[in-house]
Every structure is written in C-alpha cells, then in structure tokens.
Design a protein around this ligand. Sequence first.
Ligand code: NI
Length: 156
Amino acid sequence: MALLNILKEGEETLRKVSRPVEKLSPRLIQLLDDMQETLKASGGVGLAAPQVGILRRVVLVDNGEQVLELINPEIIETKGTQEECEGCLSVPGKWGITRRPAYVKVRAMNRKGKYYEADGTDLVARCFCHELDHLDGILFTDNALRMLTEEEIENM
Ligand code: NI
C-alpha cells in the first residue's frame, strides 16, 4: 500500500470527467488499497479517484461503520433536502454551505465485481453526492450556496 498525493483545487485533473471501470484488475485493487490508506491518513470521510490523479469512476465513502468502495457508482434514489457545511480534501481550509438531498441511495460495484446498494442520511448522504460530483469534475465550491467566512471557520 502507498499514500497517494491528493490534488488540490487548480489542478486540471480535478475538472475532468472520469471514465467507468470496464474490468476489475490488480491495478484497480491496488488503487482501492492505496485510496483506503490515503483516506485514513487524511482524516476525511470520502475520497474520489480523480483526487489522486486517476480519472476512473471509483470513490470511497466512510459511512461510520465501514469505508465503502464504490466502483461506477450511481445515485438511484434521493429524498428531501439539507443545507449543511461541507469541505473537501482538495480544497483545504475552505468550507461552504451546500444544498444536498437529505437521503441518498447509491448502486455501485464492489472490488469483487458484485453490484450492491448503499444508502445514508446527513453526512453520509452529502458525502455520496460530493464524491460522485468529483467523478464529473465538480467541486463543492461550484454549487455552494455560500462559503463560510474566516470568522465562522475559526468558531467551528
Ligand atoms: Ni472532495
């Protein structure tokens, strides 16, 4: 396993659309292992492959019980809305209020090639949306209702 470098806002790769994974390979398993280690070290709740420079539709989401590995993920159901604070490992030091669904259900493939569904509310729902946005080159700052001020960040 290896710690991967997390790209920061301004890097062109973060703005590109990632391609689906067509077949499972040892390289993909390696990527998942490295992303797991990188996410754990970062203290974040989610990580998308383009953030580590790989333009493939692969994300990790920590749902509080485990770190889900989502390959070719799709949102299949949403309910309600929430407006909460969001940040990103690729946009360090910035936080913003985003509008997201209150509940999100996704369908994705796991590392064994099996499709499964996962869902969540609150932070987990935000994280699904946030990480999937990365696969389309979207950062949370693009759609934030507003960014937090320095004073608000200090008081967080
Ligand atoms: Ni992010």
